[in-house]
Design a binder for this molecule. Structure first.
Ligand code: MRU
Length: 366
């Protein structure tokens, strides 16, 4: 999508043709900084430190990280080490494992001398595939927004609430939850987005608000706790969120706080849709609450906050008493029964085992 009017992706091959560039998302929205990744370790650090984040982008970065590793050590041991180091960076988003498994399967049968070139090809395919499937999600979601727009009086917007950043910054391009929004906006449909700030890391405030603003989509930043009130007052027509891991029965794990939005949506008859590429489905598990590993991150993400001062400096401050104990679970699980539907690249489907299996018949238990 656009940055300063110019089309931009979240990850790309550097002009040197062999290293990888990313946007350092820890610096947004106050600085647009591009970082160059040349080694496996740099790719691992970029994922772990959340310079790149969002399930699909984590997968794409891991694929490029694997390629960078193959340039240095394409042996069997090198492959194992690259797989493990990348796999250990973040535990919840399943696209990471999907991408690594795909790389490993493609490279194992090859001679070591052929592995780096093949890994580069495969990582590029994964990135291109992500763009295509998010585009397809956008087209399916656009139909839903069109239907809602048809119920509005002229000049009235469709109000969409989103949580965290499931935008183009979380993918290679388009985003998942934002793809239908960008398409609706570009098609001239009046949309307005309620952007949850998404504590503790504020991906809504710093990333979603930034990217919607860059593309000219009307939006309002809200505190995480406002959604219920807005829904009670008929101010939300649709919730669109992303997913880090979806069970084959339709439970959805996404950024912490998503579940509470789903509860409020159900209580107020607001449609609650999850936009996800099939790469986010974990075909091995049924019970999201019991089986999905929930990442626990550094307590300082909760006890501290960063922002720009009036004189333009970006500073980090502590907001709780010295020594306060902190729990920082980064994700939660929304059970399938609270989900109105899944917007996938194949179609808009029910959040159920039957519908998921029918939409992706080629994918089976792995
Ligand atoms: O911790 P993050 O920023 O990686 O979490 C991101 C999310 O929870 C997104 O909603 C999810 O990855 C879907 S991305 C299209």
């Amino acid at each position: 999508m656009n940055v300063d009017g110019v089309a931009c992706r979240s990850i790309w091959v550097n002009a040197d043709g062999c290293s990888i560039d990313i946007i350092d998302q820890t610096r947004l929205p106050h600085a647009f900084v591009v970082r160059n990744l040349c080694t496996l370790q740099q790719a691992c650090n970029a994922i772990r430190d959340m310079q790149v984040r969002g399930a699909p982008l984590i997968g794409a970065t891991a694929a490029y990280g694997f390629y960078l590793a193959m340039r240095d050590d394409p042996s069997g041991a090198g492959m194992e080490q690259a797989y493990q180091l990348l796999f250990d960076t973040r535990p919840t988003a399943v696209n990471l494992r999907w991408a690594l498994d795909r790389l490993k399967a493609a490279l194992l049968p090859l001679k070591t001398t052929a592995r780096a070139a093949r890994a580069f090809e495969e990582a590029n395919r994964i990135a291109a595939f992500d763009i295509d499937i998010n585009h397809a999600i956008g087209c399916h979601g656009l139909d839903l927004i069109r239907q809602l727009a048809a119920t509005k009086t002229p000049g009235e917007s469709v109000n969409i609430l989103t949580h965290c950043n499931a935008g183009w910054l979380a993918t290679v391009d388009w985003g998942t939850a934002t793809a239908p929004i960008y398409m609706a906006h570009d098609a001239g449909i009046a949309v307005h987005v309620w952007v949850d700030e998404t504590r503790p890391r504020n991906q809504g405030a710093s990333l979603t608000a930034w990217e919607l603003g860059q593309h000219g989509v009307p939006h309002s930043l809200i505190v995480d706790n406002l959604g219920g009130h807005l829904m009670q007052h008929g101010m939300v027509d649709l919730c669109l969120v992303g997913s880090d891991r979806t069970t084959r029965s339709g439970d959805v794990c996404n950024k912490v706080g998503t579940y509470l939005k789903a509860l409020a949506a159900r209580d107020n008859n607001v449609p609650f849709y999850v936009c996800l590429p099939s790469t986010t489905i974990d075909w091995n598990i049924d019970d999201g609450i019991e089986e999905i590993p929930i990442e626990q991150r550094d307590g300082e993400e909760v006890s501290r906050i960063s922002g720009k001062t009036a004189d333009g400096k970006v500073v980090d401050v502590q907001i709780s008493p010295d020594g306060t104990a902190v729990a920082n679970y980064a994700f939660d699980v929304t059970p399938a029964q609270l989900v109105s539907g899944l917007i996938t690249e194949a179609a808009v489907i029910d959040a159920s085992s039957e519908a998921i299996a029918a939409a992706f018949p080629e994918r089976q238990r792995q």
